[in-house]
Design a protein around this ligand. Structure first.
Ligand SMILES: Nc1ncnc2c1ncn2[C@@H]1O[C@H](COP(=O)(O)OP(=O)(O)OP(=O)(O)O)[C@@H](O)[C@H]1O
Length: 269
């Protein structure tokens, strides 16, 4: 049987900012149902790559395909409405709004009915649709275990919980592909474990394909099905976590392992 087409494919993507080559000829594909991680040292091009997928950046060369459709020229909102959701490296919540409202905003943003319908709601119409949204949002709140803070202003929550709310907002639009930019950044061990569990559940129980940037190698190796390694904007490896970890090129470039030639000579006494 022929293999199913990938949900996401990047083909020969290059991205330049003036003289800076953020990405050079990067190709990879993500299969439906996978947790796929991009790793690499600082400045390797990970965020640039994810931005080329979300539509924030347009590649200088190459193409990005989502479910077989060329989305290279589409803007971020259009891509979001096709089924690509995302979270940000830096939190992007409305601090004064409640957790519940922050998540509702996530849904409103992509509603077919749009702004006018949203306004109608506030003046008393469209409640049925709204009730359905609320039900779905409550389901997400339960799933991410943030019931106890649903009424709290998002800005008053500890960092780990805010990250979870941000994930809830991205999940609220039910994307088929979710882009997570450093979901564990700044978290303590317990928060990381919780977040890792949520990502795995999103993937396994909610059927979301995940494309993730993460620096925490333990988490990456634990939960990813496949990993791509970028270094200086180029793809230097891709495969299952254990293959990638064993790759000598990766060990040298990323994990900082010196190869034999560069080992300091033993001191002769
Ligand atoms: N908007 C921009 N304007 C100019 N240069 C940029 C821009 N965005 C990224 N770059 C450059 O592109 C290169 C790749 O950056 P990018 O942020 O994609 O790397 P990264 O792997 O995500 O790094 P980090 O792990 O530190 O987040 C870097 O040299 C960076 O300075």
């Amino acid at each position: 049987m022929a293999e199913e087409a990938p949900i996401l494919a990047a083909e020969h993507v290059s991205l330049r900012f003036g003289g800076v080559r953020a990405l050079t000829d990067v190709s990879f594909s993500v299969r439906r149902g996978e947790i796929f991680s991009i790793i690499g040292p600082n400045g390797a091009g990970k965020t640039s790559m994810v931005n080329c997928v979300s539509g924030r950046y347009r590649p200088t060369e190459g193409r990005v395909l989502f479910e077989g459709q060329d989305i290279t020229r589409l803007g971020p909102n259009r891509r979001a409405s096709l089924g690509i959701g995302r979270t940000f490296q830096n939190l992007a919540l409305f601090g004064h709004m409640s957790v519940l409202d922050n998540i509702m905003v996530g849904r409103h943003h992509l509603l077919k009915t749009g702004l006018l319908r949203g306004m109608l709601y506030w003046f008393g119409g469209a409640q049925k649709e709204e009730l359905e949204h609320r039900r779905e949002v409550e389901e997400i709140i339960d799933f991410l275990e943030i019931q106890h803070v649903r009424k709290a202003p998002a800005g008053t929550l500890p960092y780990g919980l805010r990250k979870r709310v941000e994930l809830a907002r991205a999940v609220a639009v039910r994307p088929r592909l979710i882009l997570l930019d450093e979901p564990m950044a700044g978290m303590n061990l317990e928060e990381k474990e919780d977040m890792a569990r949520f990502i795995v559940d999103l993937n396994e129980e909610w059927g979301m394909t995940v494309l993730m940037i993460e620096h925490d190698m333990g988490v990456v190796m634990d939960i990813s099905h496949r990993v791509m390694v970028l270094d200086f904007g180029r793809r230097i490896a891709e495969g299952q976590p254990e293959e990638v970890l064993a790759d000598p090129h990766v060990r040298r470039a990323y994990l900082g392992e010196a190869d034999e030639v560069t080992q300091p000579a033993e001191e002769v006494v």
